[in-house]
Design a protein around this ligand. Structure first.
Ligand code: NAD
Length: 417
């Protein structure tokens, strides 16, 4: 399944391109990444043995601005996956209309089996290997699955040591102490919350009665769950890689947060609160109004799509729904808020961080959240009304908007030389 991710990204692009009747000279350019770099990353492990990891950085498009995208550490990372994620970043930045292109990076490794020092050495070596193509006006990395502010700090330090200049603007998602933006850590989950509440309103569903399932209680999922609960929604089920928990009356998120703050690897495993355990398959088809997949890609398969009960799916994760499942969901009238809109809050706030770093002038949290709200609400409204006008689902509508913006920029720049 994993090997089909880039085909899946192309399939989604093809649907939008056909509806847009895209210029025949532009379309083939958009079907390929501009640049793919694969690097070997030798690391001296704590026991003195050398292990060689494989890393990638894919720059899908720099047509609308510097390439932008996270770095993922995971045993399943492949070039194909990184290409798909880089393509999605391109359309995402265009949908929310920020001046970035799309990129993504990854190292195939199991970070849970590595010590902090090993991870630090791997990060520094990977950074140096991809450094020739990075730069605040070229390509700016950020966190993704299993990378965080600490890893971004190591990247910033490595580049700064090599260039002899403190390069805050080389990477986003840094800690506040290292020039990060207030609100960045929460931004993707906050964006998920904003688009979910907007959708409930459009569907005349009261957020006070809405029940929510969250698959993947990590950065995106846990923040989205907590913010939605603060807005009156009832979060009935959450899960992570170790399994999930369900309570039809609503989970005690405060209790769960306290538990995962000290549990092994911050996992839900072993939680003994007022909830019954559910498997990761079961959680997706439980009774609730909104399902938020916020773990990894390809979670909503055909079978799940046929059986799930949610009326709304907010894609916190990138690519959680297979194209076959998408068709089934459309036939069943399930409203899917696509990843390239739903989880764009993170890259929007990364954009704010980059702007603050370049200007060496920092915003307060109200300013960050006010601008995030403005951009997410506007982008939601644009995708919603455009999709209605063109009589397409929200995914196709979002793709059409994003791809059209990239195509227009490309057409106006012309083809070099
Ligand atoms: P994370 O590592 O903080 O959280 C991922 C969560 O998913 C963890 O709780 C993990 O245990 C869980 N998980 C992994 N495999 C699972 C499985 N099979 N079933 C159930 N849960 C599983 O990562 P994150 O940053 O929250 O990213 C989650 C998703 O959101 C990814 O698809 C990522 O690309 C996407 N995303 C993240 C950001 C961001 O700013 N962090 C921005 C945009 C998109």
């Amino acid at each position: 399944m994993k090997n089909n991710l880039f085909s899946m990204a192309l399939e989604q692009l093809d649907i939008a391109a056909a509806k847009l009747d895209l210029n025949k000279n532009i379309y083939p350019i958009l079907r390929q990444p501009e640049r793919e770099l694969t690097v070997s990353v030798p690391v001296v492990m704590d026991d003195g043995q050398v292990e060689v990891f494989t890393g990638h950085r894919v720059q899908y498009s720099s047509v609308r601005g510097p390439c932008k995208g996270g770095i993922r550490y995971h045993p399943d990372v492949t070039l194909d996956e990184v290409k798909a994620l880089a393509a999605w970043m391109t359309w995402k930045c265009a949908v929310v209309n920020i001046p970035f292109g799309g990129a993504k990076g990854g190292v195939r490794c199991d970070p849970f089996k590595m010590s902090k020092e090993e991870l630090k050495r791997m990060t520094r070596r990977y950074t140096v290997m991809v450094m020739p193509i990075l730069g605040p006006k070229r390509d700016i990395p950020a966190p993704d699955v299993n990378t965080n502010a600490e890893v971004m700090g190591w990247i910033m330090d490595t580049v700064s040591m090599f260039t002899g200049q403190t390069s805050l603007e080389i990477v986003t998602g840094k800690s506040i102490d290292l020039g990060g933006s207030l609100g960045r850590r929460e931004a993707t989950g906050r964006g998920v919350m904003i688009v979910t509440l907007n959708t409930l309103k459009k569907l005349n569903m009261n957020s006070g009665d809405a029940t929510i399932i969250v698959q993947g209680y990590g950065n995106v999922g846990s923040i989205a769950a907590n913010l939605l609960a603060q807005n009156g929604c009832k979060v009935v089920a959450v899960s992570d890689v170790s399994g999930g928990f369900y309570n039809s009356k609503g989970l005690d998120l405060k209790d769960i947060n306290e538990y995962v703050s000290t549990s092994k690897n911050h996992l839900l495993e072993g939680y003994k609160g007022d909830a019954e355990p559910v498997s990761n398959e079961e959680i997706l088809v439980l009774d609730a109004d909104v399902l938020i997949p916020a773990a990894l890609e390809n979670q909503i398969t055909e079978n799940i799509a046929k059986n799930l009960k949610a009326k709304v799916i907010t894609e916190g994760a990138n690519g959680p729904t297979s194209p076959e499942a998408d068709k089934i969901l459309e036939d069943r009238g399930v409203v899917v808020i696509p990843d390239i809109l739903a989880n764009a809050g993170g890259v929007v706030t990364s954009y704010f961080e980059w702007v603050q770093n370049i200007q060496s002038f920092f915003w307060n949290i109200d300013e960050v959240n006010r601008n995030l709200n403005r951009i997410m609400n506007k982008s939601f409204e644009e995708v919603w009304s455009f999709s209605k006008e063109k009589r397409v689902n929200l995914r196709t509508g979002a793709y059409m908007l994003g791809v059209d913006r990239v195509a227009k920029a490309l057409q106006q720049r012309g083809i070099f030389p």
